[in-house]
Design a protein around this ligand. Structure first.
Ligand SMILES: C[S@@+](CC[C@H](N)C(=O)[O-])C[C@H]1O[C@@H](n2cnc3c(N)ncnc32)[C@H](O)[C@@H]1O
Length: 282
């Protein structure tokens, strides 16, 4: 499609109607229902004299939709289904939080799937580059779909956020970037903000106590990345960039910590290789 062309469609996605809209530039497209710009991730393709620690900066923002889809097994399924699950927990007059929202993929899924009176989404991230692009994408989503939930995007540290009463909180691959000693306090504050009948959805990369299981699922994850076009160099450099800033826990650690934070039940609902998503009930 060329820039300036007019796209008219009655296609519906989920229960949301796709608006008739004028596409002013070909910059945005919808991938699995999510409005994004698609630029291939080549960030670690060339040999780097020194690999810097991974950061959610402008370079990462540019390629993030491609990077996360090619690196996290099951990511599109998890994102879409967080919207579906949220539809079961969302309550009238409450907030749905997307914490560590990045470009707002989960926020977009929540807005597509949840139709509950006076519900709104609050997306929070502490990377200004992410927040700026997230706002652009949500604006584009607004021009493509009608009757979406209202949304606010806040640039803030989730560790110092005052939570409003919430029926759904999503931490989609965010907790693993929080310092381990700060995780329990954050989950405790989330638990306190959750309304009865609400839920926390927590997705994380897992590590495994059993060395053989750790090795097998680690190797299969590398095979997944190779199959998605990453070279050995890209895989090695990305790993060395991220290993000090992303610290995964085991499923048992997550379960124990969530119970210690006051959650009553932890239900794994998805796992693909060493990536999983849990529902934690208040
Ligand atoms: C792996 S990304 C999350 C992906 C996103 N939830 C999705 O589903 O596409 C982790 C995000 O958490 C954000 N983040 C990390 N620590 C944070 C903090 N303390 N407060 C707010 N955001 C944080 C990062 O800036 C990054 O955008």
């Amino acid at each position: 499609m060329s820039g300036g062309s007019v796209l008219q469609t009655n296609r519906s996605h989920g229960r949301r109607r796709c608006a008739t809209f004028t596409l002013k530039s070909p910059a945005f497209s919808t991938l699995c229902g999510t409005t994004v710009k698609k630029q291939p991730d080549r960030l670690f393709a060339q040999p780097l004299a020194q690999v810097p620690d991974f950061a959610f900066n402008e370079d990462v923002v540019r390629v993030f939709p491609d990077m996360i889809k090619r690196s996290v097994p099951g990511y599109p399924t998890i994102v879409e289904n967080i919207g579906v699950l949220a539809g079961q927990f969302a309550q009238p007059h409450s907030v749905l939080y997307d914490l560590g929202s990045s470009l707002g993929a989960v926020t977009q899924a929540l807005r597509r799937h949840v139709q509950v009176e006076d519900c709104r989404v609050i997306a929070v991230d502490n990377s200004s580059a992410m927040v700026e692009r997230c706002r652009e994408y949500l604006h584009a989503q607004d021009s493509m779909f009608q009757e979406l939930l209202p949304v606010e995007v806040i640039e803030a540290d989730i560790l110092s956020l005052t939570f409003q009463p919430a029926s759904l909180v999503a931490l989609n691959f965010t907790l693993q970037f929080i310092q381990p000693e700060q995780r329990l306090a954050l989950l405790t504050r989330i638990r306190q903000a959750l309304l009865p009948g609400g839920a926390l959805i927590l997705s994380e990369k897992l590590r495994f106590e059993d060395a053989e299981q750790q090795q097998l699922l680690g190797d299969l994850h590398i095979a997944f990345k190779r199959a998605n076009g990453y070279s050995e160099l890209e895989i090695a450099q990305k790993r060395s960039a991220i290993e000090k800033v992303m610290l995964p826990d085991s499923l048992e650690q997550h379960r124990e910590r969530l119970l210690a934070a006051g959650f009553s039940k932890v239900v794994p609902w998805f796992q693909c290789l060493n990536f999983a998503s849990l529902i934690a009930l208040p």
